[in-house]
Design a protein around this ligand. Sequence first.
Ligand code: FES
Length: 155
Amino acid sequence: MTFTEDQVRRIEELKKLYQKPQAVVLTALWMWQETHGWISEEGMKAVADILGLPPHHVYGVVTFYTMFNKQPVGRHKIEVCTNVSCMLRNSEKILKHIEDRLDIKVGETTADGRFTLVEAECLGSCGTAPAAQIGEKYYENLDEHRIDAILDQLK
Ligand code: FES
């Protein structure tokens, strides 16, 4: 696995634009994840190679940001915020409800590869807690009924 020709071209343009390869790490990792679904060791090495950075630098970035998947995930990654505001508005109950409904625990993926469930830190939607992110979409003011309706719509 490697970057596509178009991705290589875009990364090279960004390297020229920013003049520091470190400034392109997040974008390159995101490109890799969009193509492959997660960031494997091979992916980290590919990013380090194309940017001329030491692999440990890329590893540090991947492990710092929760948006990067360190293992394969299902088609829909459900991230339920359990930070303070969401916790005070029953996010633990929602998390448990999803675990029971999908028959998985936090950090696991359903056998059909449809859903992965993870716990998230503050998603920045504290005023509309409890909140969750599924893929790139936010869902707010959640309760068990609402999350059921949302999950029903996801193929
Ligand atoms: S605490 Fe959940 S969105 Fe901020």
